[in-house]
Design a protein around this ligand. Sequence first.
Ligand SMILES: Cc1ncc(C[n+]2csc(CCOP(=O)(O)OP(=O)(O)O)c2C)c(N)n1
Length: 269
Amino acid sequence: MSELKINPNRRFLREEKLPHFFCSGCGCGQVLNCFTQALDALDMDTKDMVTIGGVGCTARIPVYLTSDTFHGVHGRTLAWATGVKLTKPEIPIVIFAGDGDLASIGGNHFIHAARRNLDVTVIMVNNLNFAMTGGQVAPTTPEDARTMTTPYGSAEPRFDVCELAMAAGATHVERWTTAQPVQCTAAIKRALQHKGFSLIEIVSQCPTHFGRYALRTGDPLKLIDWIKEYTYTEADEKKKTPDELVGKLKCAEFKRENKPTYAGTNNQI
Ligand SMILES: Cc1ncc(C[n+]2csc(CCOP(=O)(O)OP(=O)(O)O)c2C)c(N)n1
């Protein structure tokens, strides 16, 4: 019998916190996996970094990492990150935030941290709803989608969080999905190497809430198929008409540029 192989990247995990609390089929585990693969590829160690989560399913990801970890209040990750960065500018900081955490309650911290080009990596898991509290509508919920609080479909226009970040001044912005793990890992690697504000948005499945309310299915594979339809790449763009892309999210490396950072390693303040 072949020997059971244990993923060597488990060395980054806080074993005493396992088993994890994510629902079965949730994308947060995939994001955690991509993150540990990026660390391994760059020869970085969780022990040399600070990871921060606010509140929510996504915000639980840092709890499973053997870094110095801060798990606190919904929407305030960037306020803490600013404090840590001002005190210890040389330490890499990685934030795991839900779309609600970053774009709703934490929206103000988000735009100003991007404007200042705070030297942090923000990994936003966009599951298109407030998952931990039961599937309420979020600023990222697609128009017309049913959620727990919009049983007749959301009447609100949706935020494109990558556009928002770029308009505010973020210097590295990418969007991918859990259906593209290779691209997610590569994007996280670029973010960890970037000096300045990086936003990596990962569109992800929430079978328990978004799936149940919006798509009437809790099957993660059907959700991933739906995410593939809801998003498109530069290659898809060439094959489709503009009408076919209306309401969909583009996946790409949108922006990467060098600018002075706020209290980063090329400290400008
Ligand atoms: C200050 C504050 N407001 C509201 C809440 C309630 N709350 C906890 S988790 C959550 C939603 C989380 O959604 P999101 O940030 O998108 O993360 P997800 O669970 O979807 O990963 C809310 C509203 C809270 N814990 N603290």
